[in-house]
Design a protein around this ligand. Structure first.
Ligand SMILES: NC(=O)c1ccc[n+]([C@@H]2O[C@H](COP(=O)([O-])OP(=O)(O)OC[C@H]3O[C@@H](n4cnc5c(N)ncnc54)[C@H](OP(=O)(O)O)[C@@H]3O)[C@@H](O)[C@H]2O)c1
Length: 348
């Protein structure tokens, strides 16, 4: 029987790219949206795959409403859950980051338990779950675990748990940690009839098809916003984690985790899959300069400043992927190239 995958987050950087990978692999794909489903189905990258009736949408205005996913899961065999907020600095930490992250995932799993056809759930997490909070404020590094963190690392939740978050990053990290903890507990206590795995990536960069024009590339581009700052002369006032993975690899990893070879665990026996390669964001403009010298000479690209917070992480996806990971350089070139394309400029 053909797989039917429910994908959340298909309007975003990660979910959209996964949707393309799922369609390209020949699966039936159902995606959930809060608003107009055509933002996905009318995207040229989707149209070029001519999915016809293999693609359908379910509109769920509020993913946090009780039972919100029940009608979307009928007959679904796999779920890929990438529909969750990222820590946008202007967001209100609790209602726009923490609460929806935790509630959407628990809603989805509650509906999943009622879906007999379901075989596997893949949840997009973030490697901050394995790193924990960069606290106490006196700590200079992330050196809070006994070994280099990996997908197997479980950082204890803070006790007492904060009633108010210091900002969006704290809300995001704690929300992702709580979501992982809830999933672990559900596996232990409810013995679900399906398996659950997390894909745990570092910062994700790559060509983002939902960004339809040059303005969207700088403002509505998820983590790519940071890359754009580094290449158009922006200055980020805070450092971001220096662990990276290419968007194409993230999509590929999600598909391989959803449809795993036997056995379903990574070679190291871990059920979750983490990936983050060290990166120094000071190289962004150098890469652009090498790849697009004419656009640099024309002043389209300018050196920006994106400070890096160095992080060590032990990835465990190499065997699953069966190939080398794509380089940071290729992600920067892909994003800069898309920007030139949207400006109507030649890439040469
Ligand atoms: N980008 C990265 O570097 C990165 C790194 C590690 C992990 N991740 C994880 O990957 C996932 C997707 O991130 P992304 O980069 O694709 O972010 P994105 O481009 O901002 O997309 C987020 C997606 O989640 C949906 N969403 C956000 N808040 C929601 C809410 N309250 N209710 C319902 N849907 C909501 C958005 O739908 P709307 O269009 O309706 O807003 C959109 O489809 C997240 O779980 C994130 O933590 C991302």
């Amino acid at each position: 029987m053909a797989a039917t995958i429910l994908i959340t987050g298909a309007t975003g950087l990660v979910g959209f790219r996964i949707l393309l990978a799922a369609l390209a692999a020949g699966h039936n794909v159902r995606y959930t949206v809060r608003n107009d489903p055509q933002t996905v189905s009318s995207n040229p990258a989707v149209k070029s795959l001519a999915p016809s009736d293999r693609l359908s949408a379910v509109v769920i205005p509020d993913f946090t409403a009780e039972g919100a996913f029940d009608p979307a899961l009928d007959g679904v065999t796999h779920i890929i859950h990438a529909g969750s907020p990222v820590p946008v600095p202007t967001y209100d930490p609790s209602p726009q980051v923490y609460e929806p992250t935790v509630k959407i995932a628990s809603n989805l799993l509650a509906s999943a338990l009622k879906t007999p056809s379901l075989q596997r759930v893949v949840i997009t997490s973030s490697y901050v779950v394995n790193l924990g909070l960069p606290v106490p404020p006196t700590a200079a590094t992330y050196d809070i675990t006994p070994a280099v963190p990996s997908a197997a690392t479980r950082v204890p939740l803070p006790s007492p748990f904060p009633e108010v978050f210091s900002g969006v990053l704290e809300a995001y990290i704690l929300a992702k940690m709580v979501e992982l903890d809830n999933s672990d507990k559900l596996i232990q206590t409810r013995s679900p009839h399906f398996t659950i795995a997390h894909v745990i990536p570092g910062y994700i960069f790559g060509r983002n098809e939902p960004a339809l024009d040059a303005g969207m590339m700088q403002a509505q581009n998820s983590s790519n916003n940071f890359l754009m700052m580094g290449m158009v002369g922006g200055e980020l006032p805070f450092p971001i984690h220096g662990g990276f993975v290419h968007l194409d690899d993230v999509a590929d990893i999600h598909m391989r985790v959803a449809f795993p070879p036997e056995p379903a665990e990574a070679a190291d026996g871990i059920a979750d899959f983490g990936v983050a390669t060290p990166v120094d964001y000071a190289t962004i403009f150098d890469i652009v300069e090498r790849a697009f010298p004419k656009a640099v000479a024309a002043g389209v690209f300018k050196r920006g400043k994106v400070p890096t917070l160095s992080v060590e992480y032990a990835s465990n996806v190499r065997e699953l992927l069966g190939r080398e990971l794509k380089s940071f350089e290729s992600a920067v070139v892909d994003v800069a190239g898309q920007y030139l394309e949207k400006l109507g400029m030649e890439k040469a």
